[in-house]
Design a protein around this ligand. Structure first.
Ligand code: ZN
Length: 464
């Protein structure tokens, strides 16, 4: 029993001694430790401050004067790369070596400065009105402006640039499109075309241009049809999907080179009845552009109409200084005459003739541009004006019946198709000339028609 106790005490003693030795040993152990990390990453072009090392004896920090450190370093922060810092430490005559890796890296992204964050783009040309400009700066790379890649996606421009270390920056510019111009759909040629019976109708088509000016005529379909063998008014409809359709009126009529339109202005007056009886004698129908210049003769309007002549408006007063002072004055005066026509004939007239014709320049004295304005307003209201292409010259103070006759019969052949002849039925010289004129023209095979809305319009060039 005693023996066992002795052995146990000895073991305990030995253990205690071992522990004491270990404690003494560890308390005196020299360790050299890096300050900071074993591998340090630092940004290129920054300055590198080495954190050095510290030495411990046991758990205690050893004062710096107790050891010597020499440091060898090849760190160059101006260049990207891996470098080493080698520490040689001498403590109590013993040498220690430590090593640290320093990685000089570039983790800073380049910077893009854009001239704007929005760009307005022309819808048609797809060109930017004020193109975006940019400058790129990088902490390390030299000029990398030319490395910028521009991508377009979902109405955005994406400016992307990467530096030599792969650091990437992206910036967006929103694309705003300008106004989308509207499409145009128009007829080629006139909206109202006349074709002589049995002559060919030539389709001129229509043109469809998108807002950007691209012609896409192939998309046009035409419906309706024209029978040139049958007199009548035909409508052709031009259609493009998604656009309003447009129409052309084609009037197939009988008129021939031998057809003449006789027109009488300024009446009814003192010689209108004589003119009417001459016309009757030859069975000829004419067109009367009537006025109220001779109020006592207004009943003749009904007579003209009843005999099958056409009544059209030549204004009520026929006074330039009244009708040409404004569009309103013209229209008021015009309407006054058309009321009388309606009263006498049962319907208003769509046809009219300007006092002095549409090319008169007298109107300039009263208002600059007034004829142009009247013509446009009256056309908008659906009225049609007709000038003439052969004047009998009967308004000339020096004219006489012989002169009027020769003016007409000598020149009528050069009128070609649409001969519209101007006379004035309030004049005695005219009334006396009409018989011989009709005698001559009928013997030459001419025929006579009244003007209507489908007649060929003879227009002067408006001069005011
Ligand atoms: Zn007149």
């Amino acid at each position: 029993m005693k023996k066992k106790i002795i052995i146990g005490s000895a073991i305990l003693f030995i253990l205690i001694v071992i522990i004491i030795i270990i404690l003494i040993f560890t308390n005196n152990k020299i360790t050299v430790v890096l300050n900071g990390k074993e591998t340090e990453k630092i940004e290129v072009l920054s300055s590198y401050n080495d954190k050095s090392i510290h030495v411990k004896k046991g758990k205690k920090l050893l004062s710096k004067n107790k050891y010597k450190v020499s440091i060898k370093s090849n760190v160059d922060t101006s260049k990207i790369g891996k470098y080493n810092v080698i520490y040689s430490i001498k403590v109590n005559g013993k040498k220690y070596d430590l090593n640290r890796e320093v990685d000089v890296v570039d983790t800073t992204s380049p910077e893009i400065v854009l001239s704007a964050t929005e760009v307005e783009r022309d819808y048609c040309t797809k060109k930017d009105k004020v193109p975006i400009t940019y400058t790129v700066t990088d902490n390390f790379d030299q000029d990398i402006n030319d490395k910028v890649v521009i991508e377009e996606k979902d109405d955005k421009l994406i400016y992307k640039v990467s530096d030599s270390s792969g650091n990437t920056t992206e910036k967006e510019v929103v694309i705003k499109y300008g106004e989308i111009p509207s499409n145009k759909f128009t007829l080629n040629g006139k909206s109202k075309v006349r074709v002589i019976v049995n002559k060919e109708y030539k389709e001129q088509g229509a043109s469809y241009t998108d807002g950007c000016g691209n012609k896409i005529d192939a998309k046009i379909t035409i419906s309706g049809n024209v029978n040139t063998n049958v007199e009548g008014t035909y409508t052709l409809t031009y259609k493009v999907d998604g656009m309003d359709s447009i129409n052309r009126t084609v009037v197939v009529t009988h008129y021939d080179p031998k057809n003449i339109y006789l027109t009488f202005d300024d009446g009814p007056g003192a010689y209108t009845r004589k003119v009417l009886s001459e016309l009757d004698r030859y069975g000829v129908k004419a067109t009367f552009f009537v006025t109220n210049q001779f109020p006592g003769y207004q009943n003749l309007i009904k007579e003209e109409h009843d005999k099958g002549h056409k009544i059209a408006v030549h204004t009520y007063s026929h006074r330039y200084k009244e009708v040409y002072t404004s569009v309103d004055n013209y229209i008021n005066d015009f309407n006054k005459m058309n009321e009388i026509i309606n009263e006498k004939t049962g319907s208003y007239s769509k046809l009219f003739r300007f006092p002095g014709g549409s090319s008169n320049t007298v109107s300039r004295k009263f208002k600059e541009g007034v004829v142009t304005e009247i013509a446009s307003e009256m056309t908008n209201r659906g009225y049609i004006y007709v000038d003439w292409n052969l004047s009998s010259g009967d308004a000339d103070v020096k004219s006489n019946s012989e002169k009027i006759i020769s003016n007409v019969v000598d020149r009528v052949d050069s009128c070609n198709y649409n001969c519209v002849i101007l006379f004035h039925d309030y004049k005695k010289t005219t009334a006396n000339a009409i018989g011989p004129i009709l005698e001559e023209l009928t013997s030459r095979g001419y025929t006579f028609s009244t003007l209507d809305e489908n007649s060929p319009t003879v227009h002067f060039k408006i001069a005011n």
